[in-house]
Design a protein around this ligand. Structure first.
Ligand SMILES: Cc1cc2nc3c(=O)[nH]c(=O)nc-3n(C[C@H](O)[C@H](O)[C@H](O)COP(=O)(O)OP(=O)(O)OC[C@H]3O[C@@H](n4cnc5c(N)ncnc54)[C@H](O)[C@@H]3O)c2cc1C
Length: 559
């Protein structure tokens, strides 16, 4: 099994970029960017395109962390649910933020062509599925208020595409897309270089002095001066501005790619785009025709990616049991920076000192958006980055925050699993009810009985109806039981007369009691003839027995 974590992935320019170009001389530029991940490289490309001289300083190599080890799903929006964004900043600001994130996605779409980034493997269509059977109010809002193309998929359609009972309805984004995420970051670096950006790898920034007009940046082997510094180092920024790093909760996320699964994969998953669940737990898609790429576990503690191969395989088996045991051929992962409020950190900390980080698990469109906003902020004076000002830098709690984050993550996964189990249980109960109704209807049909009409409540009766009279309810016959006191009921009425070929027949056993008797007290007499004179089968009981049998197959409800 191949194990990759925070290291260079494959890509068109990966080979050339692997040759580290350490900065070993002093340099003066307009803009110095710390970090060659998605965020740093997008700012670099955009500022260079707008005419600035730009240097990127990367401590390891391009795409070393999450940016080089992600699934490549590009969706508008943020890691924070849209309803929460509205709660925080109001509807209008949320609309503007959403539209900026769409611009971020469009920025990637424009770059993700075979001509610009060979092997980018662009395809459209992303499905967000729900783990529970509750309706989703976002659909209308996304479509009407946020001008985003979406389709609501009913549970049948979702399950037609994904053969599992784990997912219910879904929101389909026909214009969202996926790319080879690992190639993209190297393609971005190549495009930035072509635009004139100088990328220095193996060049960690150890300190910055952002006080003057010309800011100073120090690396182990060189010094730089720049008018603007952009901090795009994510959780690894460290000493240059430790307080900023401390506002991010590091969350490691891992993904695995299975061996080729052949026909059993297409029999389970017909959908060809990315699938994410609404609780942010599973995220997968088919790659290379018949392999499954699946991201699942998250942890706030760094662990060897290999340790997650089993967890990923188990998760796949939980969702698609028919796939059986799948072998994971490759595991990769990286650490994302989660902010306390769940929104990215985009803006100017002080004059000429900018930040672009905290993109969490939805970093493609949001880092592209950040790149555009900061480039335009620096070079055009565009102030739309201020829309992110309400999302301040909040200390993430250090080690205690990580423990809390782990617990919250576990709790989130646990409550999602419980909600999912409850939803599936409810679905089975509904199916059982339907089955029961169908059986009863069939039984009634066989017995030639009209289904009971629902009674109108008294208030609905038309005035012309005759007044209601209290009806004396016929007492229900009970067999006399010896040794019991109390009122003595008359003996059970004679067995129901059965007919054979129009002729009356008596049951063979005189003690015979028609099992249908109970129901026939309030049913119309059985019309027509029964084919046989032996005691009649009770369709209602048959139905009940079948239902009981079916019920026994059902697992007990979740506690
Ligand atoms: C398994 C996985 C799957 C994912 N899938 C998706 C997906 O499908 N869609 C999506 O939108 N997002 C996805 N993400 C999230 C996305 O990858 C991240 O949000 C994004 O890559 C963050 O980019 P970044 O540039 O902020 O950070 P990083 O990728 O961490 O880049 C920061 C860089 O800065 C460098 N650096 C830090 N400090 C210094 C310093 N002092 N000096 C010099 N260099 C420094 C680091 O070495 C690093 O290379 C996924 C993430 C993971 C882990």
């Amino acid at each position: 099994m191949i194990e990759i974590s925070t290291s260079t992935g494959s890509g068109p320019d990966a080979a050339s970029l692997r040759e580290p170009t350490r900065l070993s001389f002093d340099l003066d530029v307009d803009i110095c960017i710390v970090g060659a991940g998605l965020a740093g490289l997008t700012v670099a490309l955009e500022t260079a395109r707008l005419g600035a001289s730009v240097a990127v300083l990367e401590g390891r190599h391009v795409g070393w962390n999450a940016s080089g080890h992600q699934l490549g799903t590009v969706l508008p929006g943020f890691g924070l649910p849209v309803a929460d964004v509205i709660d925080r900043v109001g509807f209008e600001t949320t609309r503007e933020l959403w539209s900026l994130s769409k611009e971020g996605a469009e920025f990637i779409r424009a770059l993700a062509t075979e001509e610009q980034i060979p092997g980018i493997d662009f395809s459209e269509g992303v499905l967000e599925v729900s783990n529970v059977d509750a309706g989703d109010r976002r659909l209308r809002m996304l479509h009407e208020d946020f001008a985003t193309e979406v389709e609501g998929w009913q549970v049948e359609r979702v399950r037609d595409q994904l053969r599992t009972d784990r997912y219910f309805h879904g929101i389909y984004y026909p214009k969202a897309f996926q790319i080879d995420g690992r190639r993209y970051v190297h393609g971005l670096a190549a495009l930035a270089r072509r635009a004139g950006v100088r990328i220095f790898e193996d060049t960690p920034v150890v300190s910055i002095d952002a006080s003057g007009v010309r800011k100073r940046i120090v690396t182990p082997t060189a010094r730089l001066r720049a008018s603007h510094i952009v901090l795009a180092g994510n959780v690894h920024l460290g000493t240059p501005l430790q307080r900023l790093s401390d506002t991010l909760l590091p969350v490691w996320r891992y993904a695995g790619v299975t061996v080729p699964l052949g026909g059993r994969l297409s029999a389970s998953i017909a959908f060809r785009g990315s699938v994410r669940d609404s609780d942010g737990i599973d995220h997968f898609r088919i790659v290379d025709g018949d392999r499954l790429m699946w991201a699942s576990p998250e942890t706030t503690w760094r662990m060897r990616p290999q340790r997650f191969a089993g967890a990923i395989a188990r998760r796949i088996r939980t969702i698609f049991p028919q796939l059986g045991d799948v072998e994971i051929e490759e595991v990769f992962g990286g650490v994302t920076g989660e902010t306390v409020h769940g929104m990215p950190q985009i803006g100017q900390l002080q004059k000429g000192l900018w930040v672009a980080s905290g993109f969490g698990r939805q970093g493609l469109s949001t880092s592209a958006m950040a790149g555009q906003l900061i480039a335009r902020g620096i070079l055009w004076g565009d102030e739309r980055w201020r829309l992110f000002s309400p999302f301040e830098l909040v200390w993430a709690g250090g080690p205690i925050g990580r423990v809390a984050g782990q617990i919250v993550g576990l709790w989130g996964r646990g409550s999602s699993a419980a909600a999912g189990a409850l939803a599936r249980y409810r679905e089975r109960v509904r199916a059982r009810e339907k089955f029961r109704e169908a059986k009863l209807a069939e039984a009634n049909r066989q017995a030639g009985v009209r289904p009971a009409m629902p009674r109108r409540p008294p208030s609905e009766r038309p005035a012309s109806d005759p007044p209601l009279r209290p009806r004396s309810r016929p007492s229900r016959p009970q067999p006399n039981r010896p040794g019991r006191s109390g009122p003595v009921h008359p003996a059970a009425p004679p067995p129901v007369q059965l007919r054979e070929g129009g002729r009356r027949v008596e049951p063979k056993d005189p003690t015979y009691k028609d099992p249908a008797y109970k129901d026939q007290t309030h049913m119309d007499p059985v019309p027509g003839a029964l084919p046989q004179a032996e005691p009649a089968r009770d369709p209602v009981r048959d139905a009940d027995a079948a239902i009981s049998q079916e019920s026994e197959k059902l697992p007990s409800p979740p506690v």
